[in-house]
Design a protein around this ligand. Structure first.
Ligand code: COA
Length: 248
């Protein structure tokens, strides 16, 4: 395992820390594979009670590595990014996120599938899929209109408007916004460690109940979005926008 993903254990808490500071924690295929494997192992390890996903105090993640998108775009729904997100969507243990700095693209999308999300009030979240010639992914086209209403969700998904951690908490995307990155990390750790003291089977059943009503619909939407996303990545619109970013 390279050090672009750091695995840390504290009691029953497994922390997955994105650690690629020179590229703003942009996620590569290798990183998705490591994250997916770690989540699956955590899910089946009775000693692990919760998983915390985080980045650095400066940056959560700039989203999918754009060079990877051009050189080795996901070709089907078994690609590493899909395996990682499937592991997250199907994870039976509670998953907590701690977000400071930028959370772009999948960095925002993945928060929709965490159970508890703590954000720095000045964190900057954004899903610029349309701006890059792409489309929403991993259930965001279902979850965000339901959570925010069509009109607000359209600002985020059709225009790719950025929003703050404070807004994310007000809209129910995050559990709570904290005044600093340090306070965010401390709060997320404190809340994630609470699962060490709770009966794991009761936690598991309760999470399952919360997810069950939408599970089949979500799986179908994720598949539909995924097929379109894979097609969009090869479209002239996306190729121009993605190469434009790298040529800045
Ligand atoms: N993929 C690949 N490389 C990325 C990247 C990404 N998603 N995001 C940032 N980087 C790289 C930059 O190319 C730069 O590399 P370099 O130093 O070798 O030139 C380095 O990370 C630092 O990025 P920079 O843009 O200079 O940092 P910043 O603090 O000014 O801005 C962001 C940070 C996250 C706001 C900005 O990098 C950004 O918008 N990234 C793209 C986000 C995106 O569109 N993601 C894809 C969603 S599908």
């Amino acid at each position: 395992m390279t050090d672009a993903i750091l695995l840390e254990r504290e009691g029953g808490l497994l922390t997955l820390r994105l650690n690629r500071p020179d590229k703003k924690n942009a996620l590569t295929r290798a990183m998705y594979s490591q994250l997916g494997t770690a989540l699956q192992q955590a899910d089946s390890d009775p000693e692990i009670k919760a998983v915390l996903i985080t980045g650095s105090l400066q940056c959560f993640t700039a989203g999918n590595d754009i060079a990877d998108f051009l050189q080795e775009p996901p070709s089907d729904l078994d690609s590493p990014v899909f395996q990682f997100m499937r592991s997250l969507l199907e994870c039976r243990k509670p998953v907590v996120a701690a977000v400071a700095g930028a959370a772009v693209g999948i960095g925002t999308t993945l928060l929709l599938h965490c159970d508890l999300v703590y954000v720095s009030a000045d964190a900057k979240l954004r899903m610029p899929f349309v701006n890059l010639g792409l489309c929403p992914e991993f259930g965001s086209s279902l979850i965000l209109p339901r959570l925010l209403g069509q009109a607000k969700a359209a600002e985020l998904l059709l225009l790719g408007e950025a929003f703050t951690g404070e807004q994310a908490a007000a809209w129910g995307i995050a559990s709570q916004a904290l005044p600093s990155a340090e306070a965010t990390f401390a709060k997320a750790r404190e809340m994630a460690l609470r699962f060490d003291q709770l009966p794991p089977e009761a936690v598991r059943i309760s999470k399952q109940l919360m997810k069950a009503p939408d599970r089949e619909l979500l799986r179908r939407v994720v598949e539909e979005e995924g097929k379109l996303f894979v097609q969009r990545l090869r479209s002239p619109e996306a190729l121009a926008a993605l190469s434009g970013f790298l040529k800045r």
